[in-house]
Design a binder for this molecule. Structure first.
Ligand SMILES: [Fe+2]
Length: 385
């Protein structure tokens, strides 16, 4: 038996989707907002959120200490703050990091007897959810789709490892997602490109992974075609509200697609470069994707699916489509461009390879590399070609 969980209770999208916050069903009327730093507040973008909450009679508190790449050390402080405030809504407001941090705070808020990430991360089951609070996510970048996925990724700095919290039954999918383009207008060009490329990678990997379903396929196709059209526009002109809104929708659909299927080794390699060398997730995916498409083309069934996607954007080759798109939005050919220190890469090479092999996303790969192929792919992702 398969199970499709196509997002949370509701997805509000479009201009002024934020006003939906006033109507969140709530007995205690207490909302705890999780953010990465003060930048949103400095830009005046927290106010629409708090205005809507106050209109609905909510008291709110913010926790804005989350880093760009959320660490468990900081998340623990957020858990303590949430316990003191006792919210019945937790709101993740920001990029993937803020939303994943909010989801993780929610897990520990609901399960105070748990103290370590390993206790709630895969393969363990999250015991309780929604006994104390529900969760709403408001993405400010169009990328991870975390506002509608059943997964959160958190870094443990001491172990140089990313933990994955996941519930396959869909209980971990946020109740409400709010896709309001006003928050992504100010996202810089580089971040717009890399987060958008993450969304495209979700769509493509979901579509060809071993666990794709007709439900995930439908969403992946829509996400891919939307993102292909609107990502270059959003990168070119950040103030293009239509492009911003379409990208939020594309990223959300791609998130639901992979949450109902799986990903692949582009993500395995991106996770390892992120954990070992701090390469941002979207950028690592964008760089790695063409090399993995080329590798997977040797599998006939996958190649057929790639061709089907390419045909939707009037091309014969998905590899050409992705390469052209990467050039258009300014993605470099290798992670060397970001890391800059080859000796740091060489020192971590074996570890990057072994973590990629054991990464959870490798389970979805339509073609699994041999040990030698893994090494070659990791080198390609770093040095480019
Ligand atoms: Fe991703």
């Amino acid at each position: 038996m398969d199970l499709a969980k196509l997002g949370g209770d509701r997805i509000f999208f479009g201009e002024d989707a934020t006003s939906a916050l006033a109507g969140l069903p709530s007995a205690k009327k207490r909302a705890f907002i999780v953010m990465t730093g003060t930048i949103l507040e400095d830009l005046g973008l927290l106010k629409p959120v708090t205005d809507a909450l106050e209109k609905g009679g909510f008291k709110w508190e913010k926790f804005d200490k989350i880093e760009e790449d959320a660490t468990f050390t900081t998340i623990k402080k957020g858990i303590e703050a949430a316990r003191k405030f006792e919210p019945d809504w937790i709101i993740g407001f920001g990029g993937g990091s803020a939303m994943d941090a909010a989801k993780t705070i929610w897990v520990f808020y609901e399960n105070p007897e748990k103290t370590e990430l390993a206790e709630v991360a895969v393969p363990n089951i999250i015991p309780k959810l929604r006994e104390k609070a529900r969760i709403c996510c408001i993405p400010t970048s169009a990328g991870t789709g975390s506002e509608s996925t059943r997964v959160a990724v958190v870094k443990d700095v001491d172990k140089l490892q990313k933990f994955v919290i996941l519930c396959m039954e869909g209980r971990f999918v946020p109740d409400i997602a709010i896709l309001d383009p006003r928050y992504s207008i100010s996202l810089p060009r580089g971040l717009t490109a890399s987060t958008g490329a993450d969304a495209i990678t979700h769509a493509i990997e979901s579509y060809v992974c071993t666990l794709s379903t007709p439900y995930s396929d439908g969403l992946a196709i829509s996400a891919f075609t939307l993102a292909h059209e609107y990502l270059p526009k959003a990168v070119e002109n950040g103030k293009d509200v239509v492009a911003r809104e379409k990208m939020l929708v594309a990223a959300n659909m791609a998130g639901i697609a992979f949450a109902n299927s799986h990903l692949g080794i582009t993500h395995s390699i991106a996770h390892s470069f992120g954990g070992e060398l701090g390469v941002p997730h979207g950028l690592a995916n964008a760089i790695t994707l063409p090399y993995i498409i080329e590798f997977n083309e040797a599998d006939e069934k996958t190649l057929k699916r790639y061709r089907r996607l390419a045909s939707l954007v009037d091309s014969k080759s998905l590899l050409d489509v992705v390469k052209t798109l990467n050039d258009k939005i300014g993605i470099p050919k290798g992670m060397k461009d970001f890391v800059k220190d080859d000796s740091a890469f060489e020192k971590r090479f074996e570890s990057i390879v072994s973590k990629s092999i054991s990464d959870i996303c490798t389970l979805g790969a339509p073609r699994v590399p041999t040990p030698e192929q893994w090494k070659a792919l990791v080198r390609l992702a770093y040095y480019g070609k």
